[in-house]
Structures are given as structure tokens and as C-alpha cells.
Design a binder for this molecule. Structure first.
Ligand code: PDD
Length: 287
């Protein structure tokens, strides 16, 4: 649990960290957010997260709550005050509180909330044994590339996965092709050895982990293709995996209850995970 939370200029005890009932994030999901991994007190790929935040804000025509230098200071202060070495930072910006109206308020001030909490080390079994996914229809709005807090469809999908004993749900578009997980990006390795993930257009969130891994892959001489893949292709894949800030890279060993290849984590997936761990470890910790 985060002990000190930043809310609109104040560092408050968790129990006192409140926003207004007419906050537009609450009424309209009129808010965007980021989740950033914290390692050795530093923010992993902070620049990419802040660039994506700026893009999300721009796409919904919302002004940034403050300049980037000031925001970075707030993020560091929240990490510091909560003494987080390894964990997650959550930041959310809404268009502010105003009497309920679909039209943007003219003079509302954005609401900025920042939390940070420590996390235990990832359960090693997730990596050793891999995880299962189910497939569900992608029922989200047409702009999941914008990181808004409108996450009900994602939550319903994840809940359905957990109820089915799976770790994640891979969402599927009308053409039978996987878009992404409910909070992760989806990847396969084809029998021909292509590493495939969907192109970052309006149909998926362009994950920061996805971006980092793509950069690492380009130095590894692998055959990388950004294109949609079908559920059938995923089920016939040599390997499958998922990526996110909260999971890094995890092997996917079953899809809708059927094993991927031999049902064990793929060797390339494990190699990529090791590469990614090294990439994160090489980043600067707390200044
Ligand atoms: N989710 N796709 C979706 C729909 C996501 O919500 C996320 C991240 C990702 C992976 O993006 P990244 O690599 O930048 O974490 C892909 C965050 C972790 C969350 O909502 O908790």
C-alpha cells in the first residue's frame, strides 16, 4: 500500500488521498495514466513513459498538469517518500472536477495523482512454468492506443481469464486476429522463427516494454515482423509470450487450454527475458 500519495500539489497520507466526486476521471473516464516500473529506486524507461503520457494527453486534447521537469520532480519525490526500491509508480491525470457535462469544462484544473508502492519479486514459477491465456472478443473502444483509464473491457477480460484459471486474456478483433492482452502486449514465434507482434496502430497500446524489446531484438539478428496474427496462428506457434511493465516478459504456454508447442516456456522467450532483465539492470537507479 502506498503510504504517501501526491494529489494536486500535496503529499498526503494514503487515507486522505481523495479526489472530488465530480472528477471527470470518475464520471467520464476522462483521464490518462501511466504505470512505470521502479528498480533500485529509479524509474525504468521514464522518458518513453513520459513521451507516451504526452501523446495520450494530446490525443484527448488535455493540457499537461505541469511542465515535464516539475513532473519528474514529483515522481522522484513520491518514490523517495515511500522508500520504494523495487515496485511500481502509478500516475493519473484527469481533466479535473466540474459539474457533469459532456462538453469539456472551460476552467477546470487537471487532477494529478501519483502513487508508488513496493512489490515483492515476481513469483519465479511464472517464468519457470509459463502462463496460460484465453481468447476473448476485443470489445473496447476504437482507440486503445490512448492510455485512458477507461479499462472496464480490460477488467472484464482479465476477470474472465482468472475465472477460467488463466493468467491473461488475449483480445481478438473481428477478423479473428489477436490485438493484445488486457494489460499486456501479445507476441508469438512462428515455426519459421519469425518473432511477431501486432503493429502499433490504433488497435493496441504501444507498450513501453514492447518498444524496449523491439530495440533489443534489432541487435540480435532475429527476424522481427510487426503484423497481426490470428488465434489459429498463435495456437500453432513455436513459442508465445506477453510483455508489460508489470510482468516484463512471460512465456505463454497455453491458449484456450491447448498447449503452445510442448507446453513449456520457449527457449527464445527465456533468452529474451534474460536480455530484457539485463537491459533493465543497466538503467540508472535513484539519482
Ligand atoms: N498496462 N496493453 C495494455 C492494454 C496495457 O494496459 C498495457 C500496460 C500494455 C503494456 O504496456 P507497457 O509495456 O507500457 O506496460 C499493453 C499497465 C501495466 C497497467 O494498466 O497496469
Amino acid at each position: 500500500m502506498s503510504r504517501i500519495t501526491y494529489v494536486n500539489g500535496r503529499y498526503l497520507p494514503y487515507v486522505d488521498a481523495l479526489v472530488h466526486v465530480e472528477d471527470r476521471g470518475f464520471q467520464f473516464a476522462d483521464a490518462v495514466y501511466e504505470v512505470i516500473a521502479i528498480r533500485r529506486g529509479g524509474l525504468v524507461d521514464e522518458a518513453w513513459h513520459l513521451a507516451r503520457l504526452a501523446r495520450s494527453l494530446g490525443e484527448i486534447k488535455m493540457a499537461p498538469p505541469m511542465g515535464e521537469a516539475a513532473l519528474k520532480m514529483v515522481l522522484r519525490e513520491v518514490v523517495r517518500r515511500n522508500r520504494v526500491q523495487n515496485g511500481l509508480l502509478y500516475l493519473q491525470v484527469s481533466r479535473g472536477a466540474a459539474p457533469r457535462d459532456f462538453v469539456f469544462p472551460r476552467d477546470a484544473r487537471p487532477t494529478l495523482v501519483v502513487m508508488a508502492r513496493s512489490q515483492r519479486r515476481q513469483d519465479p514459477r511464472l517464468l519457470e512454468e509459463g502462463v496460460g491465456v484465453i481468447t476473448v472478443p476485443d470489445i473496447r473502444w476504437a482507440r486503445p492506443d490512448i492510455k485512458t483509464v477507461g479499462l472496464l473491457a480490460n477488467s472484464l477480460g482479465k476477470q474472465q481469464a482468472r475465472a477460467a484459471g488463466a493468467y491473461e486474456a488475449w483480445q481478438v478483433d473481428r477478423d479473428g486476429r489477436v490485438t493484445e492482452g488486457t494489460s499486456t502486449n501479445a507476441w508469438i514465434v512462428t515455426p519459421e522463427g519469425e518473432v511477431v507482434t501486432r503493429q502499433a496502430d490504433h488497435s493496441i497500446l504501444n507498450g513501453v516494454t514492447r518498444r524496449g524489446l523491439l530495440q533489443l531484438l534489432s541487435g540480435e539478428g532475429l527476424h522481427l515482423v510487426e503484423r497481426p496474427f490470428s488465434v489459429a496462428e498463435a495456437k500453432a506457434a513455436r513459442e508465445a509470450f506477453l510483455t508489460s511493465t508489470t510482468n516484463f516478459i512471460l512465456p505463454v504456454v497455453s491458449i484456450d487450454g491447448a498447449p503452445v508447442a510442448n507446453g513449456h516456456p520457449g527457449t527464445l522467450t527465456l533468452r529474451l527475458r534474460a536480455l530484457y532483465d539485463a537491459y533493465v539492470a543497466a538503467q540508472r537507479g535513484a539519482p
